[in-house]
Write a protein that binds this ligand. Structure first.
Ligand SMILES: Cc1ncc(COP(=O)(O)O)c(C=O)c1O
Length: 317
């Protein structure tokens, strides 16, 4: 929310562009199209702005431009149609709800070039992906976003959010200016417990901790893929860094529409998640999991075995 508002305050424009299916929190504008379905998501050339919450003001839909993930040509064509009204393009470089698949280099480079050429800001949501690479997912691309949203792990287990970016853009929140273009404050702001826990966690989660955890998660993805093969089950695993996501489809999806689970896939996933939960493993409802630094190969052995049993269970009906 703060990144979008800062972008508007800096550019003086109201529209934002976001990727279909991506989750960026529950701010009206940020959540649009996060739960789009085949019956309302519209043409792939021009995805519809679909509200999530009941009672969303219709004007919100007009101010959110929805672009497809990893489809550079279509995304740029859509952006071109709104070029004079856009404050920012918001993107998560490995969006969990889209399938936990990486944004392609071509796509990210094209968004960066288009935003730079048109004085529109590029905002990276690293609320989840900051953990994926030391320095965040953006360090894997030859780009610098104008603003970055962070959260989750930077609080060391306590609730927190942060935004960072170009100094001239951040200036819109400077309380010492008059007028402040985007006054930013809140009950949860500058909470000393979150700050202390977060600082400690960030110090501990150094380059070698990230490398170790990522190696462990790579092993986890590999072991689950083996379990899928042994069970002869049509599923696959995506992910990166210290995260993985299970899909009840034989091939990894490429975007939100590909990732969208059919009724049968959703039913199978629920059986798998319930089985995992009954055996001590809690996955996100989308079939995603995140490893923690406390884990070792012992937990991966358990995960692989539980998954194998789960796939066999679904196969047996
Ligand atoms: C990728 C991503 N962006 C943004 C958010 C929203 O963060 P907050 O709940 O702090 O607004 C979340 C929360 O889960 C998230 O996963």
């Amino acid at each position: 929310m703060a990144c979008l508002k800062a972008s508007r305050a800096f550019t003086g424009r109201s529209k934002i562009a976001k990727v279909e299916g991506a989750y960026h929190g529950i701010y009206d504008y940020a959540e649009i199209s996060q739960t789009a379905k085949p019956e309302n998501w519209g043409d792939a050339e021009q995805p519809s702005s679909v509200p999530v919450s009941r009672g969303t003001p219709p004007a919100t839909l007009d101010d959110v431009v929805v672009i497809p993930y990893n489809d550079t040509e279509r995304a740029i064509a859509i952006l071109d149609r709104h070029v004079d009204q856009l404050a920012c393009v918001l993107v998560d470089l490995m969006a969990h709800r889209i399938g936990l698949i990486k944004a392609s280099d071509e796509y990210v480079n094209a968004l960066r070039k288009w935003t730079q050429d048109n004085d529109v800001l590029l905002v990276c949501d690293e609320v989840i992906t900051l953990r994926a690479t030391y320095g965040g997912a953006q360090t894997k691309y030859p780009i610098n976003p104008d603003l970055t949203a962070m959260g989750k792990m930077i609080g060391g287990g306590f609730p927190v959010g942060a935004i960072a970016g170009r100094a001239d853009i951040m200036e819109v929140m400077n309380p010492l200016t008059d007028p402040v273009l985007f006054p930013h404050s809140g009950t949860f702001s500058a909470n000393p417990v979150s700050m202390t826990a977060g600082l400690t966690a960030m110090r501990l989660y150094d380059q070698s901790a990230v490398n170790r955890l990522n190696r462990l998660t790579k092993m986890a993805r590999h072991r689950i893929t083996e379990a899928i093969a042994i069970a002869g089950f049509p599923a696959c695993v995506t992910g990166g860094g210290s995260m993985f996501r299970l899909h009840m489809k034989p091939e990894p999806p490429n975007d939100y529409r590909d990732t969208f689970a059919s009724a049968d896939e959703a039913r199978k996933l629920k059986v798998l998640l319930d089985h995992a939960f009954d055996n001590g493993i809690m996955l996100i409802g989308t079939g995603s999991g995140a490893l923690s630094t406390a884990m070792t190969e012992t937990e991966i052995d358990v995960l692989a075995q539980v998954m194998l049993d789960g796939f066999r269970k679904i196969k047996q009906g």
